[in-house]
Design a protein around this ligand. Structure first.
Ligand code: SF4
Length: 347
């Protein structure tokens, strides 16, 4: 992100976002509990910025991304988006027509490049679908727009009459990206966009995302479980655990001075070439807590090697411990945790 982007106002502000799924039982399907997949999430993303959202499987990061786009309806909270045409809107309360208009500027790319493309549709139909649905182009103009999008993502326009099966995983992810870019959006939720790809192809897609961001002024929410991938592309990184944000800081600060034990444990799992570094590993014991029945106090306490009595009874606040560095831990100010600053060298 450029210094200029740092001064820009937020493109997206998420305020106390919740997504609860009811648990129903019995003949009358009575609600007997709630799975709190996303619980009181608040953050912002500046225009031109990439915010990485990380955590283990089941921590709620994908649900958060989908709720922000209203692909699934949020339970409560505000999603304030600065739309170029409509101005600042709360996506959570838009009616159907307004939502269709806003979706031109808020798009998503998916994890699985094999499952996310209809095998019976040509590239022209796939990439052109949002343009047709939003009545942005038709006929020759639509073909020209699809050809331009394919070129932008590194595919030849001559491929537009072919079907997805003719392409490799990396090329299919490029097709998904062309589809997301077709209506000329401002904001893209990238949901684990490289986790199904080979490492060499991952780097190509990450570099392409960065180039497109610069060329088109895009803003990304980059959802992933792999911290080395997130370090490569993000300006700031947020860490989620059981539906809640536990740490948020700029990338350099987070990877150099993590202040939450969960972040330290996630970083410790990153493979490092230097064997001496591996000896300092922190191993995460136990399973991710059940969001339908989370532990008392700090949700991380059953797995935390720094746990003290207060952690078991009292939920810590999400506080700004240093300027721009937010942490949800009773002991954030006293612990000295290990980061993995070395993976930032390849950014
Ligand atoms: Fe560990 Fe306590 Fe901090 Fe939770 S509040 S992360 S249990 S030290």
């Amino acid at each position: 992100m450029s210094d200029q982007a740092l001064t820009k106002e937020p493109l997206l502000e998420v305020i106390e976002l919740k997504k609860y799924f009811p648990i129903r039982r019995g003949f009358f399907k009575r609600v007997v509990g709630q799975v709190k997949a996303v619980d009181n999430l608040s953050f912002f993303i500046r225009e031109g910025e990439t915010l990485g959202l990380v955590g283990e499987s089941g921590c709620g990061k994908t649900t958060a991304g989908r709720s922000i786009l209203r692909a699934i309806p949020p339970s409560s909270g505000k999603i304030l988006f600065r739309d170029p045409t409509l101005g600042k809107v709360d996506v959570a309360t838009l009616d159907q027509d307004q939502l269709i208009a806003v979706r031109r500027n808020m798009r998503m790319i998916f994890q699985d490049p094999y499952a996310s493309l209809n095998p019976r549709m040509t590239l022209l139909d796939i990439v052109g679908a949002p343009l047709r649905a939003m009545k942005l182009a038709s006929g020759k103009e639509l073909e020209e727009r699809v050809a331009e999008m394919l070129r932008r993502v590194g595919l030849r326009p001559e491929y537009m009459r072919r079907y997805p099966h003719a392409f490799s995983g990396g090329q299919r992810q490029r097709i998904g990206l062309a589809r997301a870019l077709a209506p000329n959006p401002k904001f893209i939720v990238c949901d684990e966009p490289v986790s199904a790809l080979d490492v060499s192809v991952q780097a190509q897609i990450l570099n392409l995302l960065q180039d497109l961001q610069v060329d088109l002024g895009l803003t990304y929410l980059f959802v992933a479980h792999d911290l080395s991938v997130v370090a490569h592309i993000s300006d700031r990184v947020a860490v989620m655990y059981v539906g809640k944000m536990v740490e948020l800081a700029n990338t350099q600060e987070l990877y150099t001075n993590p202040m939450h034990p969960y972040t330290e444990a996630l970083m410790s799992a990153i493979p490092l070439p230097d064997p001496r570094k591996r000896e300092k590993r922190v191993y995460l014991s136990g399973e991710v807590a059940n969001p339908a029945n989370p532990p008392s106090g700090c949700y991380f306490h059953p797995r935390c090697s720094y746990c003290v009595d207060i952690c078991k009874s009292t939920e810590p606040a999400f506080e700004e411990v240093k300027p721009g560095h937010f942490v949800k831990c009773h002991r954030a100010r006293e612990l000295s945790l290990n980061g993995v600053a070395e993976i930032l060298a390849n950014r």
